[in-house]
Design a protein around this ligand. Structure first.
Ligand SMILES: C[S@@+](CC[C@H](N)C(=O)[O-])C[C@H]1O[C@@H](n2cnc3c(N)ncnc32)[C@H](O)[C@@H]1O
Length: 217
């Protein structure tokens, strides 16, 4: 990534803590949790695609004890942080598995089945093919009726939902022309082609959205 979206935990000389902190997760985790609490199955094995620092999954699994959380990342350098957060959550009784090496574009994914797929803040910070790979993979691993839950900014009815999103989109495309805030309709159409039906869209703080798709039979 061009600009780091995370920072090291603790003091710069604290080399003993491998965990990274993404400040955005501190702001968005409670609103996301409220939606996950409602839409995820009970019990459920949840595959998280693009776990990043790993702190989202550790938090959600700690708060929702009926979940087993499976983090994943394509970047092996992120594993120590994900495992650091997972170990922390495990010591308090949460069920968080060691991370899987998973690039959304590469199939088959290294997991055959799960009860839900969660992905935050990746679709706009990756090429469109990664979004398609996410939809392909989710359609393969989810059984009928299971949810794919996406969090992030989207354009709706062909327009940004806020000026700040338009500026963010321009900065993303400036960093990498293959990145950018996606049109909700494009994602929904491509999901539908794969048997993933948009059940619900929830407007979230800071001009983000949560999209809840269900795998059709
Ligand atoms: C802005 S970070 C978001 C991380 C985390 N989900 C969060 O909300 O804090 C974007 C993440 O997308 C991941 N990513 C980029 N390309 C990917 C791909 N092809 N497959 C899976 N993950 C990818 C990056 O490695 C990074 O962890």
């Amino acid at each position: 990534m061009g600009t780091l979206w995370y920072r090291a935990m603790g003091a710069p000389d604290d080399s003993g803590d491998p965990r990274r902190d993404a400040p955005a997760t501190g702001r968005n985790r409670e609103p996301i949790l409220a939606v996950l609490r409602r839409v995820l199955p009970d019990p459920a094995l949840v595959l998280e695609v693009a776990s990043g620092t790993g702190q989202h999954g550790a938090f959600f699994a700690s708060e929702l004890r009926h979940l087993a959380w499976q983090p994943s990342e394509p970047d092996p350098e992120a594993f120590a942080s994900i495992e650091g957060w997972a170990a922390h959550a495990r010591s308090a009784g949460a069920r968080v598995h060691p991370p899987l090496l998973l690039d959304a574009r590469t199939h088959p994914w290294p997991i055959e089945r799960c009860d839900a797929v969660f992905n935050a803040n990746m679709v706009h910070i990756a090429p469109w093919e990664v979004c398609l790979g996410l939809l392909d993979g989710a359609a393969r691993v989810l059984p009928s009726g299971a949810p794919l839950v996406l969090y992030g900014p989207y354009r709706i009815d062909g327009a940004h939902t806020a000026e700040s999103n338009a500026a963010f989109d321009a900065s993303l495309r400036g960093r990498d022309p293959s990145w950018g805030i996606r049109d909700l309709e494009a994602v929904t159409t491509r999901a539908g082609e794969r048997g993933l039906h948009l059940e619900e869209r929830i407007a979230m703080p800071a001009n983000n959205q949560m999209l809840v798709f269900r795998r059709e039979s």
